[in-house]
Design a protein around this ligand. Structure first.
Ligand code: NI
Length: 267
């Protein structure tokens, strides 16, 4: 009973979740309601591109207190037609409906063909984030140096955000902290022998937020299955274990960090 009460009072935030993707077409509402019941107060939805935009907006329209949308163009959606997609992002941001600019960044793992275009689109969206005073959610895959160079160049006091799905080195963590950015910690933390466990030990709590990146990167013990926002608790448990703090403290600190970064207290 005590344990039950404890879990009931814990509030977590999933700062990066793609609940609008087709993997949730059959049970999307249930997945969101389950998460809310388990104390996931906010599920932040980074955008990918125009293809999934409508379902995303329907979801945040249906759960306006819990599912909050970001606006952005994902690096793997950048190709020769990027100008049209970028224009959509620019126009949508004017509506003031969004809590952040994301998911933006550079991905050189899948395809390097559009590297230059990806860099241009990333830089442009950082500028938009500054213009609208919104935090960014950054996707970095085989591209840390490229990302770091561009963020450093665009950096001002107004620019804030999170390096989503952080799996970098201690040195990279230090670079991110020097920029005043946060790191999004996801299911990889729970994977056996993940080197992230060692790196995270030395990162002060004030720089960490939680995320699932659902439906991807499912934490243990559900690794291999579809990820969902309520599983953020397994990431929190692992972090508490690594940091030798209580689950409550891990939840409270990361929730406060995410609340401040995405200005959720003003909602
Ligand atoms: Ni993502």
């Amino acid at each position: 009973m005590k344990n039950f009460m404890f879990i009931c009072h814990m509030i977590l935030i999933d700062t990066h979740t793609h609940l609008y993707l087709e993997e949730f077409d059959e049970d999307r509402n249930e997945v969101v309601q389950d998460a809310i019941r388990d104390g996931i107060k906010y599920m932040l939805l980074p955008r990918i591109d125009s293809k999934s935009h409508q379902v995303q907006m329907e979801l945040s329209g249906q759960f306006p207190q819990n599912c909050l949308s970001m606006m952005g163009l994902h690096p793997t959606s950048v190709d020769n037609g990027f100008e049209k997609e970028l224009e959509v992002v620019e126009n949508e941001l004017k509506t003031g409906k969004y809590i952040g600019v994301g998911e933006i960044g550079i991905d050189l793992y899948w395809d390097k063909t559009y590297k230059e275009q990806q860099e241009y689109v990333f830089r442009r969206q950082l500028q938009l984030a500054k213009e609208y005073n919104l935090p960014v959610s950054i996707h970095t895959r085989d591209s840390f140096d490229e990302i770091y160079q561009i963020v450093s160049k665009e950096h001002t006091d107004e620019l804030s955000g999170v390096f989503h799905c952080f799996t970098g080195t201690q040195e990279q963590a230090k670079q991110i902290m020097d920029l005043g950015f946060k790191m999004g910690i996801g299911g990889i933390l729970t994977f056996k022998n993940a080197k992230l466990q060692e790196v995270v030990k030395d990162i002060p709590m004030e720089f960490l937020v939680f995320e699932t990146d659902a439906p991807f990167l499912t934490p243990a013990p559900y690794r291999g299955k579809r990820n969902q926002s309520k599983y953020v608790v397994y990431i929190a448990e692992k972090l508490a274990e690594i940091k030798n703090i209580s689950l409550q403290e891990a939840a409270e600190t990361t929730t406060a960090n995410a609340t401040e970064l995405f200005k959720l207290n003003t909602l």
